[in-house]
Design a protein around this ligand. Structure first.
Ligand code: ATP
Length: 282
């Protein structure tokens, strides 16, 4: 039996540059990880089945679960005869813009690589993982990276300056494909990816906070107006920077001091059920 930790990701920036011929948007985004984790246990089975166990009934435990899809992919690609039981202890909010499903899939692939002693390089797993989700390559490698293409072109950056992260998810789920469909590229919105990259390179916390930006934020905010309310609430109550992650609706705010983070937490705790204080991992 082996264990894998699956951290949530946040977008420090997210830009969509143009629509590609394959229907995906060409993205440019800086992502990092936070210590809000799902925990996975993987065990080899005597038969050839894939079984996913997850307590929360709002997460699928059948072949719709991304961890199931990842296990099936590994099994087929590496011609594994035995199956696997994957138990997921789910802590990451679902349909939130935190890549909860993708990080479980990534952890399943890393875990099966160890469990079945495949010893395949992570880059190979990334290529394979991309066939079931564009965030999976980043989730396999983690850390902090500037991602391009559909999300699979990964340039590692330094660890960002240390910070507390107050994460708040409004009580609705948002589907990324729906938001990308609504994106009108002729409407401009500033995204500061280069500034964010410089901030990380220089370890400049203030510049990092200034550069937080997301092209999808105005679109998701139309679907879920709480996003902008939470964001301004965070900024008014001591967050040094705040932005929506992914396609939302999760918003996070950064602080340097724990006391400041608790203040932000208390300010937004009333307006949504899922609020967390965590650390940037990077
Ligand atoms: P992204 O940021 O990559 O768009 P997300 O955080 O917005 O992801 P997820 O939490 O991955 O969204 O959930 C999206 C959908 O995937 C939900 O409908 C959910 O039911 C389904 N899903 C499949 N597998 C999982 C899993 N292991 N954990 C959570 N959701 C899953």
């Amino acid at each position: 039996m082996i264990y894998e930790t699956a951290p949530a990701k946040i977008n420090l920036t997210l830009d969509a540059l143009f629509k590609r011929d394959d229907g995906f948007h060409e993205v440019e985004m800086i992502m990092t990880t936070i210590d809000l984790n799902d925990r996975l246990t993987l065990e080899q089975r005597r038969d050839d089945k894939i079984v996913v166990e997850v307590e929360q009934n709002y997460v699928p435990s059948n072949s719709d679960n991304l961890a199931y899809k990842a296990a099936q992919l590994m099994k087929e690609h590496y011609q594994l005869k035995q199956g696997v039981t994957i138990s997921i202890d789910k802590n990451i909010p679902v349909s939130a813009g935190l890549a909860g499903g993708s990080t479980d899939a990534a952890a399943t692939m890393r875990g099966m690589n160890r469990l079945f002693k495949l010893n395949r390089p992570l880059e190979e797993l990334c290529e394979l993982g991309l066939t079931i989700g564009t965030d999976i390559p980043f989730c396999i490698l983690g850390k902090t990276a500037l991602c391009g293409g559909k999300g699979e072109k990964i340039e590692f950056l330094n660890k960002p300056p240390s910070a507390w992260v107050v994460v708040a998810k409004p009580d609705i789920g948002i589907s990324s494909p729906d938001i990308f469909k609504k994106l009108d590229l002729s409407v401009s919105h500033n995204v500061y990816t280069n500034k964010c990259k410089s901030a990380i390179e220089a370890g400049d916390y203030e510049l990092l906070c200034e550069s937080l930006s997301n092209r999808l934020e105005p679109i998701s905010s139309k679907v879920c107006p709480e996003i902008l309310k939470i964001k301004s609430n965070m900024l008014e109550n001591g967050a040094d920077g705040a932005v929506m992650s992914g396609s939302g609706p999760t918003v996070y705010g950064l602080t340097q001091k724990e006391r400041q983070a608790k203040h932000v937490y208390n300010a937004v705790n009333g307006c949504c059920k899922e609020v967390y204080i965590v650390r940037l991992l990077g």
